[in-house]
Design a protein around this ligand. Structure first.
Ligand code: URA
Length: 202
């Protein structure tokens, strides 16, 4: 069993949060174990819960389209979420759920060792760019510990707000060049520790 498959088994058996009782499937993540780029969304929705796969609903269709414009398919990248279980009625993830799920995400990053982590939406951004606002930092990257962190709006935002569609596409189009320049980029200062309080800012 690969390290990722083993991790998926652990995630599927995790009952740390109450929401585990309501799920159809846990949604650990999927994609290439040696992916250069890891996309991190917020939480599974109804479609994801049904299938046990990340980004397979309407937001996922747009993510596929975004990948396509830079010549990638989902199997070339790794896709996961901040939390691995659908919150009931698609409510926002609770701070404690984010804390409980964090070790799974950290282990995914350790196993995959991506060159670039793309945060999709503010929950994911808050983990890697604490205290920052998505409106200010979307489309910008920071290198820390040899990983390029890049913030984007959540694809679902474009489904509610058409004007974001082109902004999200433009941010996606920057990824190939950033990735190719990543090696020569200077390291940024370490991000401050994520605090509970600033998870919901911006
Ligand atoms: N939105 C997310 O943040 N993640 C998914 O997997 C699907 C929708």
């Amino acid at each position: 069993m690969s390290a990722l498959t083993e991790l998926y088994e652990e995630i599927k058996n995790c009952r740390q949060c109450d929401i585990a009782r309501c799920r159809t499937n846990a949604v650990p993540g999927e994609g290439a174990e040696d992916a250069d780029i890891m996309f991190i969304g917020e939480a599974p929705g109804w479609h994801e819960d049904q299938q046990g796969r990340p980004f397979v609903g309407p937001a996922g269709k747009f993510l596929d389209e975004l990948l396509n414009i830079i010549g990638l398919k989902r199997e070339h990248v790794y896709i996961t979420n901040v939390i691995k279980t659908r919150p009931p009625e698609n409510r926002d993830p609770l701070p404690q759920e984010i804390v409980n799920c964090r070790p799974w995400l950290d282990r995914q990053i350790e196993i995959i060792r991506p060159k670039m982590i793309v945060t999709l939406g503010r929950y994911s951004m808050a983990l890697f760019f604490p205290g920052k606002s998505i409106g200010k930092i979307h489309g910008t990257a920071e290198k820390r510990d040899d990983i390029l962190y890049y913030a984007m709006y959540h694809p679902a935002a474009a489904l509610h707000q058409q004007s974001l569609r082109e902004i999200i596409k433009a941010d996606m189009l920057k990824i190939p060049q950033l990735l190719s320049q990543a090696k020569g980029m200077p390291e940024a200062k370490p991000a401050p520790e994520t605090k509970q309080l600033n998870l919901f800012e911006g």
